[in-house]
Design a binder for this molecule. Structure first.
Ligand SMILES: *Cc1c(COP(=O)(O)O)cnc(C)c1O
Length: 377
């Protein structure tokens, strides 16, 4: 279904990517019903193997969702009460939530005004002697300067945990994200670039000890191969077999879908007027996968309303920076001006693999008009 003039364009449309795998998934689900292997089993192991290979890591550990992937990594790294973790203020709440679920404290970092991602400078500004790690978030499917961030983290003795929940397949200087830090965490929430038919997630890592702890932790702290021996404090956060089947089918199409997203994003960049709706910048080393197409506008509510009246759906990622949310204000050290200003200006435009260039053209034309009008108002 390609968007055309006059027809409404939803912010996100999962119709085509769902139909694309429907038959294959139904066939393999029938096999799963036959084996009655509903938790764990061959389909989960096969997907984990392929996803690790895709990310360029030795291990992938399927989890129930991306939030659990993050919080189990912090716990498995021994990060807990008394420890602090640097988190960019401009992220989905789950990054900060996961730090707190592990019993640690988030220290919020501001972001770069053009990329809206964490930088070595904002990381250093947020540091305290209790910081043990930094959550590097590949927000919007874009990659921050990983060389500089890894060097800064190493200088301060910080572990790097990548929150790649919006960046399946994104690369930094040719190498896939998730493989740079001690671990990379993914969400397979349905709307993500690689999405299940429900909740799911994964951790990727090349650290075998960490992988082993995570496999045990997601399964009630069981010893490998044992049913009744629980040797660490775990939880229940396994990847469902029915979801592994969906993810396996979609993973084979992910490269093409990401390529389509990049082409559509490039068209947006070309058509949008940088004076009225500047696009969030992509760094030269970043090969982003455009989970979200984010621009900045003045008078956002009016622009959104104008687009909505033309049948165009938009989103906001995110209207409130984490350090100003009620559960996290107690951890805020002071204002983070770039993140706070961005929260009032960011607007996410429709972007999904089958949006089509006609759709981009229509959204861009309407937005250039609406945004410039709001500028003079
Ligand atoms: C989606 C997301 C998560 C959490 O993943 P869930 O699967 O929804 O728990 C974490 N971080 C970021 C940046 C996300 O976008």
């Amino acid at each position: 279904m390609t968007a055309v003039a006059g027809v409404s364009i939803p912010f996100l449309d999962l119709t085509d990517v769902t139909e694309d795998v429907r038959l294959e998934v139904l066939e393999r689900w029938t096999e799963v019903l036959g084996t009655r292997d509903f938790v764990g089993g061959a389909a989960v192991a096969a997907f984990e193997h392929r996803f690790a290979a895709f990310c360029g890591t030795r291990h992938a550990i399927g989890t129930a969702n991306g939030t659990d992937a993050l919080h189990m990594v912090f716990r498995a790294l021994g990060i807990g009460p008394g420890d602090e973790v640097v988190v960019p203020a401009n992220t989905f709440v789950a990054t900060a939530e996961a730090v707190c679920l592990a019993g640690a404290t988030p220290r919020f970092a501001d972001v770069d005004p053009e990329t809206l991602l964490i930088t070595p400078e904002t990381l250093e500004a947020a540091l305290t002697p209790r910081c043990k790690a930094v959550a590097v978030v590949h927000l919007y499917g874009q990659v921050p300067d990983l060389d500089a961030l890894l060097a800064t983290a190493e200088r301060h003795g910080l572990l790097v945990v990548e929150d790649a929940a919006q960046a399946h397949g994104a690369r930094w200087n040719g190498r896939r994200v998730g493989s740079f830090g001690v671990a990379g965490c993914f969400s397979f929430y349905p709307g993500k670039n690689l999405g299940a038919f429900g909740d799911a997630g994964a951790v990727v890592t090349s650290n075998s000890g960490l992988a082993e702890r995570l496999r045990s932790m997601r399964d009630h702290g069981r010893e490998p191969g044992s049913h009744y021996e629980h040797t660490l404090l775990g939880t229940n956060s396994r990847l469902d077999t029915v979801q592994a089947v969906v993810l396996d089918a979609k993973l084979r199409r992910l490269r093409d879908w990401n390529t389509a997203r990049r082409a559509l994003a490039a068209a947006y960049r070309e058509l949008l007027d940088p004076e009225v709706a500047p696009v969030v910048r992509e760094l030269p080393g970043s090969h982003g996968v455009h989970h979200l197409m984010v621009v900045r506008v003045r008078d956002r509510e009016r622009v959104r309303q104008t687009l909505a009246e033309a049948g165009i759906g938009t989103g906001i990622h995110y209207p409130v920076p984490c350090h100003l949310m009620r559960p996290y204000v107690e951890f805020a050290d002071g204002p983070l001006p770039v993140a706070e200003r961005a929260a009032t200006e960011v607007l996410s435009l429709p972007l999904y693999p089958t949006l089509g260039f006609a759709g981009v053209e229509r959204v861009a034309t309407l937005l250039n008009e609406a945004a410039s009008r709001s500028w003079v108002a």
